[in-house]
Structure formats: structure tokens, C-alpha cells
Write a protein that binds this ligand. Structure first.
Ligand SMILES: *Cc1c(COP(=O)(O)O)cnc(C)c1O
Length: 232
């Protein structure tokens, strides 16, 4: 893992250098996989970052951001959104049904659908608010009891539920078990996406995004590789 290898950038110049480096690594992984450069979107994960870092990230030209809590995302991005139409916000953490209205109002993409009750809640919020984010299903590829996500066997039924409601399902997301090689999990997610005709694959974090790109990731979620280790 990445522990203590990524001290926080001390200036926005460091941040720009890290973004450049990450983009180069993404392009290189694309070439190695025989994929077009630019076929992978960099999602910058800004959870736990202070306002100065959010400002520096915008200044550095990042536009796609991942947050894992609705409330923190509101405080990071609530004001920015109305003045900066280029920003895309993606929810990458678990969502409680009682936060569905707030999430549907704020996010462009929700990556963590994992149960029918949440589909119901999002459907109601979307109807009420007259907008619906694009949706990804989080798949618990390692079938870990403590982890969010639908287990692979239950995926077809959940896809059916979402499609029956006419909601915009676009892809799948996963977080492999920390103590296993990530490749087989990425391969499984890619296979499931193909089988169900879904084009977005959100997989790969700071420690394994090059592997994820090899297996077809369209969106990689980078936190510490850009912003340094999180202290909280
Ligand atoms: C925090 C987080 C990331 C970023 O992790 P890093 O290892 O810091 O790149 C990516 N995806 C999810 C779902 C996260 O919660």
C-alpha cells in the first residue's frame, strides 16, 4: 500500500507536479494496454482535504472530483458548483437512504448503488428534484462481509431493478480486498460490465490504478497519489 510514501504536497507547485506525473502514468498504462490515451478519466479524491487544497486542485485544472460523504462534499463543493459548470462530482462512498435527496441534488454521478432500497430512494429523489445523476453499481468482488457493494450473484437482479425504473445506469465500481492481488477483481468487474452492456468501469486507486487500466478502467480514483497521505 501507499503508507508514508506520499507526504502532503507543501505547495500547489507540488500538486501540479503530482498531477502531471499521474497523467503520465495513466497515459503510459493506456499505451501498454493498447488503449487510446485519454480513454481514462482521472477522478481526484478530495475527501478530508482542507479548503486550500480544494482551491489548489481547481487552480491546477482538475475538474472531476470524488467524495465519499455527502455532507463533506456539500461543504467542499456546494458553493463552487454554481460558479463552475465544468466541475463533475462523483459520490464514491456509501449512501444512506435518508441522504438520497441531498446526493441526487449535488452529485453528477453516484458510483455506490448496492441495494434495491437505495434504488427506490434515489428514484423518488430524482422524481422530486427533476434530475438524476448517472449511476454505477458498487460490486463487492471479494464478497467481504464488512464491505459495501452487491455480491456478484445478486448483480443481475439489481441491474433489472434499476433499468425497470428507467434510471441512467452507466457502469460498475469496485474496491478490491486490501490483502489480495487486485488484477483478478478488476478482471471480474470488467467481465460483469461487458455481460450487462455497461461502459463505465470505476476501478483503481493510488496503489493499483495502472493495473486497473490494464483491465479496462475508464475512471481511476486517486487520492494520496495527488494530495499526499490523509491524516484522518
Ligand atoms: C479514498 C478513496 C479513494 C482514494 O484512495 P487513494 O488510495 O488515496 O488513492 C478511492 N476510492 C474510494 C472509494 C475511496 O474511498
Amino acid at each position: 500500500m501507499t503508507s508514508s510514501t506520499n507526504p502532503s504536497p507543501s505547495s500547489s507547485g507540488d500538486l501540479k507536479a503530482r498531477i502531471d506525473q499521474a497523467r503520465k502514468q495513466i497515459d503510459k498504462a493506456c499505451r501498454r494496454a493498447g488503449r487510446a490515451e485519454g480513454s481514462v478519466t482521472l477522478t481526484a479524491v478530495t475527501k478530508t482535504q482542507p479548503p486550500e487544497m480544494i482551491a489548489a486542485a481547481l487552480e491546477a485544472g482538475l475538474t472531476v472530483f470524488g467524495e465519499n460523504r455527502v455532507q463533506e462534499a456539500q461543504s467542499h463543493w456546494g458553493d463552487q458548483r454554481s460558479v463552475n459548470p465544468d466541475i463533475q462530482l462523483r459520490l464514491i462512498g456509501p449512501l444512506q437512504t435518508n441522504k438520497a435527496d441531498d446526493a441526487v441534488a449535488l452529485f453528477d454521478v453516484i458510483e455506490t448503488l448496492d441495494r434495491a432500497r437505495l434504488v427506490d430512494a434515489i428514484s423518488r429523489s430524482a422524481e422530486k428534484l427533476g434530475r438524476c445523476p448517472e449511476l454505477l453499481i458498487q460490486v463487492n468482488t471479494g464478497q467481504e462481509p464488512q464491505k459495501a457493494g452487491v455480491i456478484p450473484q445478486d448483480l443481475p437482479a439489481l441491474i433489472g431493478t434499476i433499468r425497470a425504473r428507467g434510471l441512467p445506469l452507466v457502469g460498475l465500481m469496485c474496491i478490491p480486498p486490501v490483502d489480495e492481488a487486485a488484477g483478478p477483481h478488476f478482471a471480474l468487474l470488467a467481465k460483469l460490465a461487458r455481460r450487462h452492456g455497461l461502459s463505465q468501469l470505476s476501478m483503481g486507486m493510488s496503489s493499483d490504478f495502472q493495473t486497473a487500466i490494464q483491465f479496462g478502467a475508464t475512471h481511476v480514483r486517486l487520492g494520496s497519489a495527488l494530495f499526499g497521505d490523509r491524516t484522518s
